[in-house]
Design a protein around this ligand. Structure first.
Ligand code: IVH
Length: 701
């Protein structure tokens, strides 16, 4: 065998051994550049070259998830002890704020302060000044300075105890390493909000997507995820900012006013929010609230309200706290961003498995700075409950980055003669009956293989990122190629080479792009068995089940034979073997066997067999793994790695990753926001771990 240099081989052509070698080389090389860049300020390569290394690493890892190294650059949990961050007790607690939602709530706040401070109570003509400042949607941090030097930084944590994130905070340009100006106390803790600007957030997500890494839901999550990295080199690459707005422990009492303190923060080298103003009355405060609210969409960062703080420090001191919030401040929250617009029509989209999903088409309207022209209506019950009719004026809401929702219909603005919406009982794409099973919210097209909408969706799934991952063949292309008859079945994709000239001549295409597409397709002719099975889009067979099947059956040929034999009945040995697999119940078994029995699917498989090479599944060596053979379920948000990566790691160590909790589950790894699955685990007595405990268990530190 002639050895070739793996770094010169296209990712799609790498053998497993070459991939392993190449991943090790990339890890070392990227680490080398990180040290030059972050610790020595002396990079050797351009950002673009550096990005290319990370991208190649991500591509190879996506193809060979079982080869991901514990110290892979994409993991970045290797630098610090597994226990995560050290704990820091706050000498002065980091508190939260009471919320105000209405003008009356704000007036009550002012009244409360007036009733509390005798001078104000006795003299209604005496002004009560407050500083009004935007409530930044990020996460708070406390920065400790001794003799003007930044010595320690902490998260808020539970308010009493936070985490030591000094190294991470040090990477922020907005965090002065040394205070400027003069007059700072020997010890001072400056507190404020770490956040990510909107443009920085969008750019970060684009980069993450290009590298196949985690996409963040909103700037706040991105800021939190970036700040709580165990490797400060990752934080350093994230565009985080900081506004100072409060203080904790100080060696000399702070006197004067909050306004004066903000000014001092500025002099010491901190950014303070430029929209902050002194207000002397409730009306002035409310006017500023409305002004800031009106300009909110145009601001370069997210805010979720306006905070009013009593300006006089001696009064703050006297007002003190009630439970966890100060009496001297209140957060006046903005309502969720909403807008009214006309619902022009309802489109029914047909998914890969035939589910009919109604989508509202709206007259374009700006909600929180984003133009919205479509909103999901979920299913027919949702439309009926809200009595949504075509021509109605709808209140649209957008919270964070989620898909816009129709909150309600403005009854007074309903046009005369509007009739209730009748949900179709036939598929708009193929005309087949669309039926609803008794316990399901969804109505499904029964057209199956004759339904063009399902076929197109299946093809989109086939080329998608989790499946064949064909670069440059997006959803739009699939639709266009389908419409013009260039692609009808998965096998057709691999025959596009024969139509290269025709593609080059299409609008928006050229010789180069057509060549690139053909090359990208060729690069995917070798495919791992789990990816192949997942790409088929068999109902209920997602990535996890596909992997399970690959592990049990080893090869496509073996799986096919077994499924064909199992089709003869439940008494066959093959059926018994299938149903015995942990994680496969009778419903999945029926869908699987049904898929392989269907003549059209068999044709597709035969056709594909002639065009792609499906690798046999090689079980990873898991000797000594503490989780070999265990079944685990991930739920909630993972903060240290993507779900895909967590899954890949677990499986590489011999665990089965399941989607739902049952008595057979060994571990549930629950991140923030874990809901019903964590609850079920508790009910069943299944061991639940935090992400950090999980990493500890599998020895990833
Ligand atoms: S003052 C003792 N000012 O809001 C009061 N907080 O709901 C300390 N926040 O944990 C907080 N912008 O993370 C204050 N201008 C601002 C703020 C602000 C955002 C956050 C902060 C705090 C939370 C309380």
């Amino acid at each position: 065998m002639t050895a070739r240099d793996p770094s010169a081989v296209a990712c799609g052509d790498l053998s497993r051994a070459e991939a392993r070698w190449e991943l090790a080389r990339l890890a070392a090389e990227i680490r080398h550049h990180d040290i030059l860049y972050y610790q020595q300020d002396a990079p050797e390569v351009s950002d673009a070259d550096y990005d290319a290394l990370r991208r190649r690493n991500a591509e190879i890892e996506a193809r060979f998830p079982e080869l991901i190294l514990p110290d892979s650059p994409s993991r970045r949990v290797g630098a610090e002890p597994a226990a995560g961050f050290a704990k820091i007790r706050h000498a002065v607690a980091m508190l939260s704020l009471e919320n105000a939602f209405t003008d009356e709530d704000v007036a009550d706040f002012f009244d409360g302060v007036r009733r509390f401070i005798k001078e104000l109570k006795d003299d209604p003509s005496q002004p009560l000044e407050v500083v009004a400042e935007p409530k930044i949607d990020g996460l708070s941090a406390s920065l400790r300075y001794e003799d003007g030097l930044f010595v320690q930084g902490a998260t808020r944590g539970d308010g009493t105890e936070g985490e030591d994130i000094t190294a991470n905070l040090r990477t922020l340009a907005d965090v002065p390493k040394r205070l400027t100006g003069a007059g700072w106390p020997r010890i001072v803790e400056v507190r404020g909000e770490v956040y990510m600007g909107k443009a920085d957030f969008a750019a970060l997500n684009r980069r993450q997507e290009d590298r196949g890494e985690k996409i963040f839901a909103n700037p706040r999550n991105a800021a939190a995820g970036s700040l709580r990295q165990l490797d400060p080199a990752v934080t350093a690459r994230r565009p985080l900012s900081f506004f100072a707005y409060a203080w904790g422990e100080v060696s000399e009492p702070v006197d004067g006013s909050h306004w004066a303190v903000l000014r001092r923060f500025h002099d010491w080298g901190f950014k303070v929010n430029p929209l902050a103003r002194l207000c002397r009355t409730v009306d002035e405060a409310l006017a500023l609230y409305r002004e800031i609210g009106a300009g909110r969409a145009a601001l370069p960062y997210d805010i979720d309200g306006v905070v009013y703080k009593v300006n006089r420090m001696d009064w703050q001191e006297r007002l003190g706290f009630v439970s966890r919030a100060p009496r001297w401040a209140v957060a006046h929250k903005f309502p969720a961003e909403q807008a009214e617009t006309v619902l022009d029509r309802i489109e029914i989209q047909v998914g890969r498995t035939g589910v009919l999903t109604p989508v509202a088409h709206l007259r374009p309207v700006t909600v929180g700075g984003v133009v919205v022209s479509r909103a999901t209506l979920h299913n027919e019950d949702y439309i009926a409950e809200k009595d949504i009719r075509i021509g109605d004026t709808a209140v649209i809401q957008r919270a964070g980055d989620v898909i816009p929702q129709v909150v309600r219909i403005v009854a007074e603005r309903r046009p005369a003669g509007a009739i209730p919406y009748v949900f179709p009982e036939t598929c708009p794409a193929c005309g087949s009956q669309a039926i609803r099973e008794p316990d399901e919210a969804a109505r499904r097209c029964t057209g199956g293989l004759i339904c063009p909408a399902q076929a197109v969706e299946r093809l989109k799934h086939f080329v998608g990122r989790e499946a064949f991952d064909i670069e440059g063949l997006g959803r739009k292309h699939i639709e266009e190629f389908w419409a013009d008859g260039l692609i009808r079945t998965p096998g057709d994709i691999f025959r596009l080479r024969e139509k290269q000239v025709a593609i080059a001549g299409r609008e928006g295409w050229g010789e180069q792009s057509a060549q690139k597409l053909v090359d990208a397709i060729a690069a995917r002719r070798d495919v791992e068995l789990p990816r192949f099975l997942g790409a088929l889009g068999i109902r209920q067979v997602g990535a996890s089940t596909a992997r399970l099947l690959a592990r049990v059956y080893g090869s496509l040929a073996h799986l096919r034979t077994a499924m064909e034999k199992a089709a003869a009945g439940e008494e066959t040995a093959e059926y018994g073997e299938l149903i015995a697999i942990d994680g496969i119940g009778p419903a999945v078994a029926t869908d699987l066997i049904g898929f392989f029995a269907e003549p059209h699917n068999r044709d597709i498989l035969d056709d594909l067999a002639a065009n792609v090479r499906v690798a046999e599944f090689v079980a990873p060596a898991t000797a000594g793994s503490p989780i070999a053979g265990k079944t685990v379920v991930f739920t909630g948000t993972l903060e240290l790695m993507t779900r895909g990566e967590a899954k890949a790691r677990a499986e590489a160590l011999g665990a089965k990753v399941a989607g739902s909790v049952s008595a057979k589950t060994d571990f549930v790894i629950a991140g923030p926001g874990a809901g019903s699955k964590a609850k079920k685990a508790a009910e069943l007595g299944v061991k639940t771990l935090t992400e950090a405990e999980w990493l500890d268990l599998i020895g990833q530190d």
